[in-house]
Design a protein around this ligand. Structure first.
Ligand code: KIV
Length: 264
């Protein structure tokens, strides 16, 4: 049966963790959903892992529409979320709506938007007009140059407080999911406890309601710099399918991430 936002909300109410993976094509969409992945994120990380770029900044809306359509063709049941690439959600709520509409027309059920309080008005505008939004805070890769690199966020008292305020405001503005990237585990737990919507973590500890990894990282394929918060599930698996099933099980049983993959 098709997974919808209501399905994810029910899982959250039942305290059932769900597994998310990035996905960029039809073949993997079918494989991942058959192995129990609930949400396929058509991430702008495709700029890194598919296009070979150093950042996600050059990914276009056309790229995202193309890959979203590919994933939607291959997925029968999984929930499909698509990233708003850099430059498509920053100008105005109206401009963002027009761009997000194209991702939904390509098969996405939700869009993901990077940014904290500055995106609250846009999140409100979209969600009031029928477009579900996942807000993405913490390390937001589209702001890599602002951050001066891919660095842990929320590690000072002031920045942690700002992230808590951002999370609460984005929920109030209508975000249905909150993704937190590269923040201390205790902070992610505090935010998860204060919200009434599911949180998805990547490098944010095990207290989140769900976990996401970049597909190529969890399959041990990505040749770039290794990061502490990822895990190569191919290491103890005989096939891609077994690796994905092990990832889903580890998320659901709260075995991944463990202390080795968390930040203090
Ligand atoms: O684009 C992406 O893959 C993402 C994940 C890192 C969460 O946003």
């Amino acid at each position: 049966m098709k997974i919808t936002l209501s399905t994810l909300r029910k899982m959250y109410e039942n305290r059932e963790k769900f597994a998310v993976l990035t996905c960029y094509d039809a073949l993997f969409a079918g494989i991942l959903e058959n192995c129990g992945v609930s949400v396929l994120l058509v991430g702008d990380s495709l700029g890194n892992v598919i296009q070979g770029e150093a950042t996600t900044l050059s990914v276009t809306l056309k790229d995202m529409v193309y890959h979203t359509r590919c994933v939607a063709r291959g997925a029968e049941n999984a929930f499909i979320m698509a990233d708003m690439p850099f430059g498509t959600s920053q100008r105005s709520p109206q401009h963002t709506f027009e761009n997000a509409r194209k991702l939904l027309a390509a098969g996405a059920q939700m869009v993901k938007i990077e940014g904290g309080h500055v995106m609250a008005e846009t999140v409100h505008f979209l969600t009031q007009r029928g477009i579900p939004v996942c807000a993405h805070i913490g390390l937001t890769p589209q702001s890599v140059h602002q951050f001066g690199g891919y660095k842990l966020q929320g590690h000072t008292e002031a920045s942690a407080q700002q992230l808590i305020e951002d999370a609460l405001l984005l929920e109030e503005s209508g975000a249905a999911l909150l993704l937190m990237e590269l923040i201390p585990a205790a902070l992610a737990e505090q935010i998860t406890d204060q919200l009434h919507i599911p949180t998805i973590g990547i490098g944010a500890g095990r207290a989140c309601s769900a976990q996401v990894l970049v597909l190529h990282d969890m399959l041990g394929l990505y040749q770039g710099k290794k990061t502490k918060f990822t895990k190569n599930f191919m290491e103890n698996s005989g096939s891609i399918q077994e690796a994905v099933i092990n990832y889903v099980k580890s998320v659901k049983n709260n075995q991944f991430p463990d202390s080795e993959h968390e930040f203090q």
